[in-house]
Write a protein that binds this ligand. Structure first.
Ligand code: G6P
Length: 611
């Protein structure tokens, strides 16, 4: 999705803007632009379609000395990717220059309004409409930037994070937001604004969070915050604990493989944040034993890979707590008028904490008066701030579009929640509780073992299968849940069609697709259903499939497997943490063999902040 960076301080703005935008490339974009101004001079705007490199080329030789500027990477929604549609946009007479993330839903009505006041538009974007609406209120009421911005916020519908420069206010950047992320950073050189932490993490880890329908003015030496009435408000400066190096490649060829290799470390950090010597401590989340005892139903809502964590969590939570669990895709949940149990708990899982559908699902639950809990990676994100309780995952910044380390830490958060809820509800005894805690602590070293022992093997396998057109991932129970993630990892980065199937369901249609050489990846770790999965693998093998089996080191799959990937032994609930690693590596190495851009797959965005 789109990215925003802004800077007002003592340094050359264009360098900071381009550097920040390059760190937002991973979010997905198809054009980019910057607006920079020197004190008392006109605002200079440069835009280019395609990669940031094209914008850099245009800027070569330009002596942009200004120390105040805004920049943007655009992921087209209204209007095709083009230089004209790229941001920044400018109002009719150049009075207002603006970049915008999000969508203005009533842009047609606003376009008509502008038409009645003799405004004309040069682009197809809702952003240009927004720019002119601010200009319209600015000129109509003549009460300055905050008045114009606030009147606009009341008038427009949709989601937005905006950074604005007014011609009459040369040393100021104005920002505002609703339902689209935005932070303001501060250091001794000046003030920064960004839609995403990695954009400015190199310069500062001290940030302010602005809430919905709030605005701010960034001057060179201070920032002033405003509410919707135009009154000044105070904000607390917060420290982001993310390590700067986590947002750099540090010698790895791609972020995806770097992040796969970071998993032992981030899993350990996440475990350590919840697990003490011999008990789980959820006190940071504010979730009390009393509340846990009262929950009669659990709903898990999420999108993409986070939804797959939900599918895994459903099995584990139900088994350990004996509370019924229903897991749903957020975009379905929010529109099906869900009937929620008042004694229920809605768990929203999200790396970014900003996914539009997940946020809407959270709000639906809150509207119905049901308790909510977020499993979130980005501190200060919308879902983290709006949920009643939050379990933070400590994955650090995740840059590759295809999630790996965030997924693994979300699994850990789901496990500790399930174990603690089961224990508090009296569904697991002290012995089982201790056994689970002991075993969860071994996961980081087991994942490290897999990275050390499976990577080469998977590299070889992947080069053999780089040309395939289809792949199938099958399993039962938790192995099915992780098949969903394995299949998504392959298809989203390699563009190979792939499907995940509950192994027992294959016979009801999909098995007709199996022919000589079809790649079938079978996950078989769950002892109670192991034989059943093996039978399903035999069925596909006898129809010509090439069977890769991901299984526990103590299980024998020799009668069916063409190629076996053994993962270390663990307790049944925790296998997803181990089986996902070879599946991530398969997705990564097949994509690399195909020569594709693994970190930035086509059409995808890291954080989907529009419906
Ligand atoms: C996008 C990402 C996925 C992610 C999903 C949900 O599609 O590419 O990796 O799982 O959004 O994102 P969230 O931030 O809510 O976890």
């Amino acid at each position: 999705m789109c990215g925003i960076v802004g800077y007002n301080g003592s340094k050359k703005a264009v360098d900071i803007l381009l550097d920040g935008l390059s760190r937002l490339e991973y979010r997905g974009y198809d054009s980019a632009g910057v607006a920079v101004r020197d004190k008392d001079k006109e605002i200079q705007i440069f835009k280019a379609k395609g990669k940031l490199e094209n914008l850099r080329e245009k800027l070569e030789g330009e002596k942009l000395k200004g120390t105040c500027g805004i920049g943007h990477t655009r992921w087209a929604t209204h209007g095709e990717p083009s230089e004209t549609n790229a941001h920044p946009h400018v109002s009719n007479d150049g009075n207002v220059t603006l970049v915008h993330n999000g969508i203005i839903e009533n842009y047609q009505e606003l376009t008509a309004k502008l038409g009645r006041h003799d405004y004309t538009l040069y682009s197809e974007t809702d952003t240009e409409v927004l720019t002119n609406i601010i200009d319209y209120y600015y000129k109509k009421y003549k009460m300055g930037p905050i008045d114009a911005i606030n009147r606009t916020m009341v008038r427009v519908r949709g989601s937005y994070a905006i950074a604005v420069m007014f011609r009459d206010y040369p040393d100021e950047i104005w920002v505002a937001r609703k339902d689209s992320p935005m932070i303001i950073g501060e250091n001794e050189d000046g003030y920064y604004v960004a839609s995403d932490v990695p954009a400015i993490l190199k310069y500062t880890n001290k940030v302010y969070y602005i809430d919905n329908l709030e605005a701010a003015c960034l001057k060179k030496d201070k920032v002033i915050f405003y509410d919707l009435n135009g009154d000044e408000i105070k904000k607390e400066l917060k420290e982001i604990k993310w390590d700067v190096s986590a947002a750099e490649k540090e010698g790895y060829e791609h972020f995806m493989i770097k992040e796969i290799n970071e998993q032992p470390d981030v899993i350990k950090k996440t475990i350590n944040s919840f697990v003490r010597e011999d008990y789980i401590d959820l006190s940071n989340t504010g979730l009390s034993d009393e509340e846990i005892k009262n929950f009669k139903q659990i709903y898990i809502v999420a999108c993409g890979s986070a939804y797959h964590v939900g599918v895994c969590a459903q099995y584990v939570l139900e088994d350990l707590t004996r509370i019924p669990v229903r897991v749903e895709i957020a975009s379905e949940f929010r529109y099906r008028k869900p009937i929620l149990d008042k004694d229920g708990l809605v768990i929203v899982i999200s790396q970014s904490g900003e996914t539009a559908d997940s946020l809407a699902a959270l709000r639906e639950a809150k509207n119905q008066g049901v308790k909510t809990l977020g499993i979130i990676n980005v501190v200060g994100s919308s879902i983290a701030r709006e949920a009643d309780h939050v379990l933070y995952t400590l994955a650090g910044p995740e840059i590759a579009v295809a999630t790996t380390k965030a997924f693994s830490t979300q699994l850990i958060a789901a496990y500790v929640l399930a174990i603690q809820m089961g224990y508090v509800k009296g569904k697991i005894n002290e012995t089982v509780y201790q056994e689970l805690i002991e075993e969860i602590k071994t996961l980081p070293e087991k994942v490290q073992y897999e990275l050390d022992h499976l990577t080469n093997k998977i590299q070889k396998l992947s080069s053999k299968f780089s040309h395939i057109k289809d792949a199938f991932y099958i399993g039962r129970g938790l192995d099915y849940a992780i098949s969903l993630e394995g299949s998504l990892k392959l298809k989203e980065v390699s563009y190979i069609h792939s499907e995940a199937y509950a192994a027992g369901e294959l016979k009801h249609g999909t098995i007709s697709l199996i022919e000589d050489g079809t790649l079938v990846i079978g996950i078989a770790t769950q002892e109670e259903i192991f034989e059943k999965t093996i039978s399903n693998l035999v069925e596909v093998k006898s129809r010509g499939a090439y069977v890769v089996t991901v299984t526990s080191e103590d299980m024998d799959v020799s009668k069916v497997s063409n190629f076996t990937l053994n993962v270390p032994k663990t307790l049944k609930y925790f296998y997803p943490s181990l089986t996902v690693v070879p599946l991530q590596l398969i997705g990564y190495y097949i994509t690399v063999s195909r020569g594709l851009d693994v970190d930035k797959p086509r059409n995808l965005a890291k954080s989907v902040t529009v419906e």
